[in-house]
Ligand binder design. Structure first.
Ligand code: C2E
Ligand code: CA
Ligand code: CA
Length: 554
């Protein structure tokens, strides 16, 4: 049976073209005669070929950026291309072009292989790899690609560009206290707010777990950017969602991609440190502070390893009897290059980096060693108070280490006092209370530091297992003011605390008037420059040995 090959070819889904070479009189191929096209060619080309076209006529009509002629010559020479793709506007399909030469017939056979579904598959795959399933925005990988392209384009077209990083405030707390479903809902709410702003020159990404990035380009002026960013911020306020944001600008801040990201991150960091729920534009000053903090972190690490920390002790006295109650242990750090760095500066940084944990261990051990020594030397029965950071307290093995230290040094736990701040209640309240109960059960005293600052919720006083309350210096400062408001408040706090069975220590007492009032109010103890400044070990040792002049005072 003979087969009508033309019918077969017309019913093949792939366009097929057959050409034969046209040579000039030197034998060089200058064009091709198209000797055959199947039905599919008409569809893919979108027009009907008439007469006997030449290859040059035909190829010009379909697309110019495919090197048809060169491909054909190469196919004759036995070289093939694997990556030439053609998009047909009429069939809306993608084809891979294959050319094969049949020397016996001098045919060049061109086949268009439809690869549309394959391409679609890879496109989708790529899209799922860069799409955050939760919000539908591109993820960090997608961000990196797009941001690079956006900045290149901005450079080329002389557009301005800006990067806004939006970080959800306290997402970890929401997850911990209300569960991860509540946390997820916040992420979705944030995504919804941002979605309203998505348009051609504004691209949004899920940049991290609790972070989104917004790339903004082609805005007219800094003012228009500021207006736009204000709108975004207002939209969050309207929904009562607390987010911190940082903005870096191209080319004003930098032209570098990595720096744009770093600067926006620094500005977010700055927003977080300054009370959250706000947006900040990057400023060089932020970088300076950031680098300074980094230097301090590195130096702090070295200080810990090189034992450059020392401990000072500030005496506390019984107001009524004037007798020594004990000492608060206060860390000191002197660096040859940086000078003396206040714990008020480096302790928060150590908390941020986690270095507070080893530092805190050193503080406890040093204080207990001192207590032990003074017990042995002077039969010292006073109390040593040690500041414990919330991060340190919440560490898994804090209790165990404390127990081990007490056993190792065989000190009376009643002479040790842990000072904590209300900060322990912010994260993991339950865990903090459990641990403090355990500490109290070990016989160690628990004192609440800095009362009168921060939230100072009276309900904390009932929840926490306390022995002592330290009234903050900021409170004491104003007790002698004429209007008497602060004095009245202080008096009622002392009354109330006394009824709860706690003792009170007034901090930062600097003058006699303050002391007299506190005496009148029945405050139990005083700690401040008036009666004694923080002093190095040797001076305290001399004082305990009987040298009353050893005390440093105002
Ligand atoms: P704090 O626990 O409230 O310590 C009292 C601070 O007030 C000390 O500052 C002390 O020198 C200062 N002070 C005491 N009496 C007076 C006074 O009459 N007038 C004035 N102007 N100041 C007075 P210092 O030693 O600079 O410590 C600052 C903070 O650093 C401490 O505040 C505490 O929060 C933290 N800190 C200090 N040592 C440690 C430590 O070993 N561990 C931890 N976690 N934090 C520490
Ligand atoms: Ca303290
Ligand atoms: Ca304090």
């Amino acid at each position: 049976m003979s087969v009508n090959l033309s019918v077969v070819l017309d019913n093949i889904a792939a366009p097929v073209i057959v050409g034969t070479p046209i040579k000039d009189n030197t034998g060089k191929i200058i064009d091709f005669d198209i000797v055959y096209t199947n039905e599919e060619v008409k569809k893919a080309a979108g027009f009907i070929m008439q007469n006997k076209p030449k290859w040059s006529d035909f190829s010009m009509n379909i697309t110019s950026d495919i090197p048809w002629f060169k491909m054909a010559l190469d196919a004759i020479a036995g070289r093939f291309y694997d990556d030439i793709k053609y998009f047909s506007p009429s069939t809306q399909a993608w084809y891979k072009i294959e050319m094969k030469y049949v020397p016996s017939e001098k045919y060049i056979i061109i086949t268009f292989i439809n690869i549309t579904s394959e391409r679609e598959y890879y496109r989708k795959l790529k899209k799922t790899l860069i799409t955050d399933p939760m919000t539908g925005f591109s993820n960090r990988t997608g961000f990196a690609d797009t941001f690079a392209i956006t900045l290149e384009t901005a450079r080329f077209k002389k557009y301005r560009a800006a990067l806004l990083v939006v970080d959800i405030d306290n997402l970890q707390n929401i997850n911990d206290s209300l569960g991860s479903a509540a946390g997820d809902q916040v992420i979705l709410d944030v995504a919804d707010v941002l979605k309203q702003f998505q348009r051609e020159y504004i691209q949004i990404f899920r940049y991290g777990d609790d972070e989104f990035a917004v790339i903004i380009t082609n805005f007219e002026s800094d003012d228009s950017l500021v207006n736009f960013i204000d709108c975004i911020f207002d939209a969050f306020q309207l929904k009562q969602i607390s987010v911190s944001g940082g903005i870096s600008m191209f080319p004003a801040n930098t032209e570098q991609k990595e720096e744009m990201i770093r600067f926006a991150d620094m500005a977010v960091h700055y927003a977080k440190k300054n009370g959250k729920n706000s947006f900040f534009y990057f400023e060089p000053e932020m970088q300076r502070v950031f680098i300074q903090h980094l230097t301090l972190q590195t130096k702090m690490n070295e200080a810990l390893l090189g034992s450059c920390f020392t401990q000072y002790y500030q005496p506390q006295f019984d107001i009524q009897s004037g007798k020594l109650r004990g000492f608060e242990a206060l860390i000191r750090w002197h660096d040859d290059e940086l000078g003396t760095i206040s714990p008020a500066v480096f302790i928060p940084l150590a908390e941020e980096s986690g270095l507070i944990v080893p530092i805190g261990k050193w503080v406890l051990r040093t204080a207990i060693t001192t207590l032990k020594t003074w017990q042995a030397k002077y039969d010292f029965r006073g109390i040593i108070s040690v500041n414990v950071s919330p991060i340190q307290l919440l560490c898994d093995n804090f209790l165990q280490e404390l127990e081990e230290l007490i056993l190792e040094y065989k000190v009376d736990p009643e002479l040790l006092e842990i000072e904590i701040t209300e900060g322990v209640m912010i994260n993991n309240m339950g865990d903090a209370i459990d641990k403090l109960r355990h500490i109290k059960a070990m016989g160690i005293r628990v004192s609440l530091d800095d009362f009168g600052t921060g939230y100072s919720s009276l309900s904390y006083l009932q929840m926490l297992p306390l022995n002592t309350l330290k009234i903050d210096k900021a409170f004491i400062n104003d007790i002698t003011s004429k209007d008497g408001v602060q004095a009245t408040i202080t008096r009622s706090i002392i009354d109330m605390v006394e009824k709860m069975g706690l003792e009170t220590i007034a901090e930062g007492v600097e003058n006699k008037e303050q002391l007299e009032l506190l005496h009148k109010f029945n405050c139990n103890f005083v700690q401040g420059f008036l009666r004694g400044k923080p002093m190095p070990y040797q001076l305290c040792d001399a004082y305990l040995a009987g040298d009353v002049n050893a005390l440093l005072k105002n």
